[in-house]
Ligand binder design. Structure first.
Ligand code: SF4
Length: 317
């Protein structure tokens, strides 16, 4: 499969500014040297605890945040070097679905106007037919177009937010925890809708979630993030049967029903260290039961171990 995105050495370091003088007293190291490919027509799952940098990565890929350094190559061009005006085309092709459907729809606008907005912003005429088509595609009736967001349940609002994201026929979607704010009973419906749309519209998706059972259901590949770094990336099948990184093992141990690997149980203890003062060496060494002496001084690289499986851990050297 061809790559749709190539992310190279991506860093996002937020300055911590001190008082009125505005002196920079440190940095929050949210993303560190991220190298990642997103393949055409795949759903790549991005997992990790909250604070691991997943949403920051999604926002940097879409250039909704300005990374400190690195490249995001899309259709042979580095999106990060483009000016705002030059991004119009990219914005149509790459969209974001937010976590919270209660916040992402303007309560003062009717659904028709919410869906019309992307056309107006992009100066596209003749949107009426498309709006009616898209509302059917997400499983709702045309009569909802004259209503306001508060008249709908969370699941229905998320359907409308998805409709808005796909209405200009994007190629790529970042879905940032799109079901975590919804009732469990509704989650499966929205996930099935996303799978149908992905197949119907040939979408590529970065699916951000902390829920491994959702990742297992929807994704083709899985990338695991810890403190702003990718620590493991492989196919879904390989990940659930043959994960190698102790952090992946700990995440899976927290969901015993889907842990297919019979390796030693790791219970994740303590909180994620602060990204403003990350541990030296392997960032996971303060919580890793296998940590060796060199883990606190040397940084492991993300290395291919065969079978399109990359791991950042000295145990795999
Ligand atoms: Fe644990 Fe060392 Fe591997 Fe890091 S490099 S995950 S500390 S064994």
């Amino acid at each position: 499969m061809k790559n749709l995105f190539e992310i190279k050495k991506l860093n996002m370091h937020y300055p911590i500014v001190d008082g009125l003088m505005g002196n920079v007293k440190g940095y929050i190291y949210a993303l560190n040297n991220i190298d990642l490919e997103i393949k055409e027509n795949e759903i790549l799952g991005l997992v990790g605890e909250s604070g691991s940098g997943k949403s920051t990565l999604g926002n940097c890929i879409l250039k909704l945040l300005e990374p400190t350094s690195g490249e995001v190559i899309f259709e042979n061009e580095n999106i990060l070097s483009k000016k705002k005006k030059e991004l119009n085309d990219f914005r149509k092709k790459a969209q974001l679905i937010f976590q919270n459907p209660y916040m992402s729809l303007n309560p003062r606008m009717k659904i028709y106007d919410i869906l019309k907005e992307p056309f107006i912003i992009n100066k596209i005429k003749n949107y009426d037919k498309k709006i009616k088509e898209i509302i059917k595609l997400i499983g709702m009736d045309e009569e909802v177009l004259s209503r306001y967001p508060h008249e709908f349940s969370g699941g229905q609002r998320q359907r409308i937010a998805i409709a808005r994201a796909i209405i200009l026929n994007p190629e790529f979607i970042v879905a940032d925890e799109p079901v975590s704010a919804l009732d469990v009973s509704i989650q499966a419906q929205i996930i099935n809708l996303l799978i149908d749309l992905k197949n119907h519209l040939n979408l590529t998706m970065l699916f951000i979630s902390h829920d491994l059972s959702v990742i297992k259901y929807i994704c083709d590949r899985v990338a695991v993030m810890y403190l702003g770094e990718i620590v493991e990336i492989t196919s879904k099948e390989e990940f659930f049967k043959n994960h190698k990184h102790p952090y992946s093992q700990a995440l899976l141990n927290a969901v015993p029903v889907i842990n297919e690997n019979k390796s030693k149980k790791i219970i994740l203890e303590g909180d994620l260290p602060s990204p403003s003062n990350p541990p030296k060496g392997c960032k996971f060494h303060t919580r890793c039961p296998y940590a060796m002496e060199k883990c606190s001084t040397q940084i492991p690289e993300l290395k291919e171990i065969g079978n399109n499986h990359k791991v950042r851990c000295f145990l795999c050297d």
